[in-house]
Design a protein around this ligand. Sequence first.
Ligand code: GLU
Length: 225
Amino acid sequence: MCGIVGYIGKRDAYDVLIQGLHRLEYRGYDSAGIALGRADGSMSVYKSRGKVADLEASVAGKDIEGTIGIAHTRWATHGEPNDVNAHPHVSQSKAIALVHNGTIENYAVLKKAIEQHGYKFVSETDTDVLVQLIDYVKQTNGCTLFDAVKEALRQVEGAYAIAVMEKGKPDMLVAARKSSPLVIGIGKGETFIASDATPIVGYTDKVVYLKDNEIALVKRAGRWR
Ligand code: GLU
């Protein structure tokens, strides 16, 4: 299980997220990635095998604007370490991006079921199954991202800490955990998500440790559910 950082606020999310990933490097990892959202509804995803420094080099000259984002350092459990298997994973609709620590034990069963609904998988990871499942639930139920995550996680067996972002919704993130830690840091007009407190230290000392099976709707002004 490796590192997660999420940010929603007024600063450049890229700077906060990259600094957070550096602070999580002590855990060891094989690849890194980041998704950034903007007020105009656009979303960029960058991923790279190797170090956080390799990710930084790979985004040179690219659009790194945005005040909301999620980022990850991966320790591969399902699928080799490469750019495609790195997180964030993006849904087939291109609307949802997700980072995940842990392992989805029933991913093969879920994958088979979702494939029958026309979903194709670009990566070899268990995480890819989770983001497509959330997308499928959201589209079939016509519900919010929060409700789709809640419903999808009911079908999941295994361990997870996740941070999820929706394209065109630059005002919220969704975070959830089971058997893998996740911390929310509450600042003034900005909120942080991280797999441990190290990326948050220095910004705020107001932290909330999510409980097992808890889901949070994360906004600039704090955690609302
Ligand atoms: N099981 C996921 C993967 O292989 C997440 C691994 C992790 O916790 O970094 O991509």
